[in-house]
Design a protein around this ligand. Sequence first.
Ligand code: UDP
Ligand code: MG
Length: 139
Amino acid sequence: MRTDRTFTMLKPDSVEKGNVGPILEKITSAGFRIAAMKLTQMTVADAQAFYAIHKERPFFGELVQYMTRGPIVAAILEKENAVEDFRTLIGATNPEEAAEGTIRKLYAASIGENAVHGSDSDENAEIESQFHFAGREIF
Ligand code: UDP
Ligand code: MG
């Protein structure tokens, strides 16, 4: 299992607010290389599958509605220790608890609309990258 890749989505609120450029600047300035990237929109079925681990949680319906309401930017990022370093860069799920200077502290509105996704393990980085980029030569 490789440890130098993670997967991210700049969520619909980031695209709507025009924050894609500033967020990508934060990501590349932190030493991540963009290995693959696309603007896309998830269907309801896509979002339900991507977030299937949360399907019993009370916020699941809202999460699916939010993640499908407009385009996202999906990307595979490369850096040594990618998963952990990217989670540090984005900050806590709830922006009110996110450290100063983190992407969620700077750009997230709430725990629900929190600007960015970051994989939580090397295994999930691979699964989530395949979800959005299956068939590409980068694998
Ligand atoms: N979420 C939410 N309410 C919560 C927890 C999570 O709406 O109480 C949303 C939020 O968009 C979050 C996503 O569900 O990013 C996935 O939750 P997770 O706990 O995996 O947080 P993350 O890994 O994104 O920090
Ligand atoms: Mg998560």
